[in-house]
Design a binder for this molecule. Sequence first.
Ligand SMILES: Nc1ncnc2c1ncn2[C@@H]1O[C@H](COP(=O)(O)OP(=O)(O)OP(=O)(O)O)[C@@H](O)[C@H]1O
Length: 246
Amino acid sequence: MISVENLELVKEKRTILQIEKFELKQGKTQAIIGPNGAGKSTFLKVMALLEQPTRGKVFFAGREVTKKNMIAFRRRMAVVFQEPLLLNTTVFNNVALGLKLRGIRGDKLTQRVDHWLERLNISDLRDRKPVYLSGGEAQRVSLARAFALEPEVVFLDEPFSALDFPTRINLLEDLGHLLGNSGVTAMFVTHDFNEIPYLTNDVVVIDRGKLVFEGLLKKLLAEGVQNDTVQHLLSPFKKFNQIRLF
Ligand SMILES: Nc1ncnc2c1ncn2[C@@H]1O[C@H](COP(=O)(O)OP(=O)(O)OP(=O)(O)O)[C@@H](O)[C@H]1O
C-alpha cells in the first residue's frame, strides 16, 4: 500500500532515519516499536506523507509520491496522535469537520458521524465539549474523527500512551475489533510490547533510525534479536512472562 526505498532523513546534520526498504501491506496492521528517540514518529510522518525524506522514494499504491500527487494521496489517509488535538466545539462537530472539508453535508454527514460515534461507544457525548472529556473519551473522539473519513490507511502514533492501564486496554480491544472488521491498512506506533497483540502480530523494531527486526512478534519473543536496545525493551516483559499472545 505504502512503501519506501533507500529512505534517508537528515535533520540538523543528523541522520534520523536510514531505511533501505519497507512496505506497509494492504489490509494489514503493522506495529512499529522502538525506544524513545528511535525515529518512530518521524518514520510514521514520512509514511503518512507529512514529512518529506532527504533522500529516497515513497510509493503509494505503486505510484511514486511527488509534490503534485501528495495531497490527493493524503486524503486517503487519517492520522491519530498521542494528543487528541480537538477543537473547542462539540464532539459531533469535531468528528464532522473533516467530512465537511471533503464536501459531505446534510443527512449523509449526520448519519456518518452518528454511526462512528456509536462504533466508538461515545454517542452519549455527542454534544459535549472536549474540556469536559476524560483522556480516554477524548481519544475515542479522535479515533471516531479518523475512522469517519473512511480512510484506506490509518496511522496511530502512540495514541493511548497517556492513558491509565484499564482505559488503555479497553481502547486497544475496541480498536483491535475495528481494525479487524474494517479491512483498513494501519500503522501503529508504540514503545510498549504489551499493546501489540491486541492489534496485530506483525512488528517492526526501529533503533537509532534503522529497522533492526521485521516479522512476527511471536518469532521476536521466541528467538530474540541481536540488538541490545531490543533486549532492553523486552527484558521487563520476559522477566514476568507478561505479553499476551494470540
Ligand atoms: N525537527 C527536528 N530537528 C532535529 N531533530 C529532530 C527533529 N525532530 C525529531 N528529531 C530527532 O529525531 C530523533 C527521532 O525522533 P522521533 O520523535 O521520531 O523518535 P521517537 O522514536 O518517536 O521517540 P519518542 O518515543 O520519544 O516519541 C530524535 O533524536 C529527535 O531528537
